[in-house]
Design a protein around this ligand. Structure first.
Ligand code: N01
Length: 529
């Protein structure tokens, strides 16, 4: 059986940098990737309008200064094709493809206690041995296919935003239904609206969205930022979300400001766009009144943008802002002013089934040529739970996580030695700029493996007590905010039967400091043998 020092699962941002780091340690590494190319999230999510909600100059690797100096982002927020081109460029520049096996989905990983090695199986039945397994499987990589009866009967075209075809899809002159109104729908609706003869948006829960204010990247600004890239990256490390340091921030409390000043403050941050809106005040995630004010301001904007008052009202969300990930759009609400775009409230009249010719709600039939599911992902745990992972004494990870994921630092799981997760549940991951978060995890893992090698240690494992304390800490931080109150994918509420557990940790700088402290204390909370 072919044997490697390490097997990495996934060739997205995480898997690629992990490969680069481990190879530079002289390790023999194999990456297994289900897709036909590198890119991960940006390989699969090719739907119209797909774009990142973190600025391009920051949503990129910082591990190599030459790389960050030579790549030229063209827009403030990069669109999917440009991000994918960048990832492909990185793969070529560092000759990473040689160690990646594409079209290979990992089905199992079983730890053998006697030899201290993992046996990794693919869906094609191949088996490999590895000393370390690193899951770079992504936080939002398993599409959620809602269990709506009749899908197989539909005679038209069915799509999921998270599994978009590689060939171009043309909706010209077609009647299209988009199910869902999260980030993916909000980005694709304005584009599909321009093509379709009629677009029906099936909305169960309206979402908060702030215009991204995307624009071409001014070459002078790009140069200025490049000139102080190291500084900018350092400053971002002290940001709660890991990005945005170059923009104004305000730690103050909403209610401490006079109403007119408060409005002005919200207005300023609305104009900055997208997620930067949340930096208007420091207490938005914590204080109900502050949250209501921030949410109320967005509702006012929706009512200003959307001409038909009834449609505007239906588009206004009423849950806590930040309870779900804030969306960043380019013309979403305005799309509902077009005569060919129709909002269907499926909270009031739920979808009953998919028929041969469209969608049936309790209010009647919608005739459609195409249905786009923008229904999200089985987030954070979906990819790992789909692999049969067995640790000590044959314990199955899925069983261990049956009441919700348990990790130490989001990096390791007690009972599963030498298995690392890149941005796993319990780490800041989805609350941050993902690329620096990934780099921080990969560096932790690679440095740890180098540390073990220098000391001739073969096995690392999270201690049970450290894991228990960490899980408690993640919950305590979440409970200090308003976030767990909302039904969202953060708490697994979008997947029927998934345990309701808050799966990410707020606070990127504190997390990084804690990791550094743990390393300085000789990998406190980890046991080596
Ligand atoms: O998925 P979502 P997404 N019948 O889960 C609805 C990242 N991302 O792909 O809220 C009818 O947010 C569901 O309704 P409800 C980002 O982190 C980033 O849009 O459950 N509707 C909801 O409206 C984001 O948060 C970017 O009531 C159904 C929608 O489908 C995450 O990915 C771009 C349904 C799903 O929304 C996920 O975003 C895209 C059903 N049976 C994504 N089932 C950027 O960087 C589900 N829904 C900008």
């Amino acid at each position: 059986m072919q044997s490697y020092d390490a097997v990495i699962i996934g060739a997205g941002f995480g898997g690629l940098y992990m490969l680069h780091r481990l190879r530079s340690l002289g390790m023999d590494v194999r990456v297994f990737e289900a897709g036909t190319d590198v890119g991960g999230t940006w390989y699969w999510n090719r739907y119209p309008g797909a774009r990142c909600d973190v600025e391009s100059m920051e949503y990129s690797y910082q591990f190599d200064d030459e790389l960050q100096q030579e790549w030229e982002w063209t827009e403030r927020y990069a669109a999917q094709p440009e991000i994918l081109a960048y990832i492909r460029y990185v793969a070529d520049r560092f000759q990473l493809r040689d160690d990646i096996q594409f079209q290979t989905r990992v089905a199992s990983a079983v730890f053998d206690e006697e030899s201290g090695t993992w046996s990794v199986g693919t869906v094609d039945g191949e088996q490999y041995l590895a000393n370390f397994v690193i899951a770079a499987t992504g936080c939002l990589s398993v599409p959620n296919d809602p269990d709506i009866p009749g899908k197989a009967d539909f005679k038209g075209e069915l799509y999921h935003t998270g599994r978009w075809p590689h060939e171009s899809v043309d909706f010209s002159g077609k009647r299209v239904g988009v199910v869902g109104t999260g980030s993916s729908a909000i980005q694709s609706v304005p584009i599909i609206a321009e093509q379709a003869s009629d677009l029906y948006v099936f909305q169960r829960t309206p979402a908060y969205s702030v215009p991204a204010q995307n624009e071409p990247l001014d070459p002078e600004l790009r140069q200025r930022l490049k000139a102080r890239y190291a500084d900018l990256r350092e400053q971002n490390k002290r940001e709660q979300l890991g990005f945005g340091a170059r923009h104004p921030d305000n730690d103050g409390c909403v209610m401490e400001m006079k109403p007119e000043d408060r409005r002005e403050q919200f207005e300023r941050h609305w104009k900055l766009g997208g997620l930067l809106y949340l930096r208007a005040f420091g207490d938005i995630p914590f204080d109900q009144e502050a949250n209501d004010a921030a949410a109320g301001f967005v509702r006012e904007k929706i009512r200003e943008i959307v001409h038909d008052p009834e449609t505007a009202e239906k588009l206004c969300p009423h849950n806590n802002i930040m309870g779900k990930r804030l969306c960043a759009d380019s013309g979403y609400f305005a799309a509902f002013n077009r005569p060919n775009v129709h909002l269907v409230d499926v909270k009031a009249d739920p979808i009953e089934k998919i028929t041969a010719t469209g969608i049936r709600t309790t209010d009647g039939d919608y005739e459609l040529d195409c249905i786009v599911f923008a229904t999200g992902f089985d987030a954070m745990t979906g990819a790992l739970n789909r692999i049969d992972i067995r640790g000590r004494e044959g314990q199955c990870l899925q069983d261990k996580w049956s009441d919700g994921p348990r990790t130490y630092l989001g990096l390791e799981v007690a009972g599963f030695p030498n298995l690392f997760i890149v941005t796993g549940p319990g780490s800041p991951s989805v609350f941050t700029n993902m690329v620096p978060s990934i780099e921080q995890h990969v560096d932790f893992i690679a440095d740890c493996i180098a540390y073990m090698r220098d000391r001739e240690l073969r096995i690392i494992e999270a201690e049970q007590e450290a894991e228990d304390e960490w899980v408690e800490h993640v919950n305590a931080v979440a409970d200090s905010t308003l976030l767990p109150q909302t039904d969202s994918w953060y708490v697994g509420a979008n997947i029927p039967g998934k345990p309701r557990v808050f799966m990410a940790l707020l606070g990127f700088p504190e997390y990084c400091d804690r990791c550094d402290e743990i390393v300085a204390n000789g990998y406190e909370g980890f046991a080596f043998s």
